[in-house]
Design a protein around this ligand. Structure first.
Ligand code: ZN
Ligand code: ZN
Length: 181
């Protein structure tokens, strides 16, 4: 078995363990896919599927997706701390053929130019390409120190986490948080 296959196996085990625990909660999360194409990207993409849009939107806003994301991330860190992993949420199910697999991978590896430099404020979300400033900042605790963000666009299931200690985005997050309150 190749190194890639061995690693894929370990990641798959991690996902299925967390998936089994999380899917007991009747959120509508019913399926997942582990996507990887060495030639295109070094990032392993995990897509967690929901049956429909309403279930996914609810799970994004009530914190379910966030807790799945955190628990899964912690599990995968045990395999390799430096493992480039991207956890995404979507509606649909496991791709039924190679073309669908590639399309799904492509969809979840696209990143948008965010115009992020000293003088120009970050304007669009690197994941979905929608207005960054309209993304809603959410979290547990009062005031929250970390949490998740979701895009308000109807058919967008973009998901990001934030953390006040992450220096990279601290200012923007700080500002967004203030706008929210
Ligand atoms: Zn969006
Ligand atoms: Zn977004």
């Amino acid at each position: 078995m190749s190194e890639i296959n061995l690693l894929a196996d370990k990641i798959e085990q991690g996902i299925s363990k967390i998936f089994a625990q999380a899917s007991e909660q009747k959120s509508g999360m019913w399926n997942y896919a582990l996507l990887f194409n060495q030639e295109k990207s070094k990032t392993w993409v995990i897509v967690l599927f929901f049956e429909n849009k309403v279930q996914l939107k609810n799970s994004l806003s009530n914190g379910f997706c966030y807790s799945v994301h955190q628990v899964l991330k912690n599990e995968l860190v045990l395999i390799d701390k430096e493992l480039p992993i991207s956890i995404r949420f979507d509606i649909g199910q496991y791709p039924s053929n190679e073309t669908e697999y590639e399309q799904l991978l492509e969809k979840h590896t696209v990143t948008y130019d965010t115009l992020n430099n000293e003088n120009v404020q970050r304007e669009i979300c690197s994941i979905c390409g929608h207005d960054w400033g309209k993304h809603k900042l959410m979290g547990h605790g009062n005031p929250p120190q970390e949490g998740w963000m979701a895009c308000p666009e109807e058919d967008c299931f973009c998901f990001l986490t934030w953390d006040l200690d992450q220096r990279v985005n601290k200012d923007k997050f700080g500002k967004l948080y203030k706008d929210e309150t």
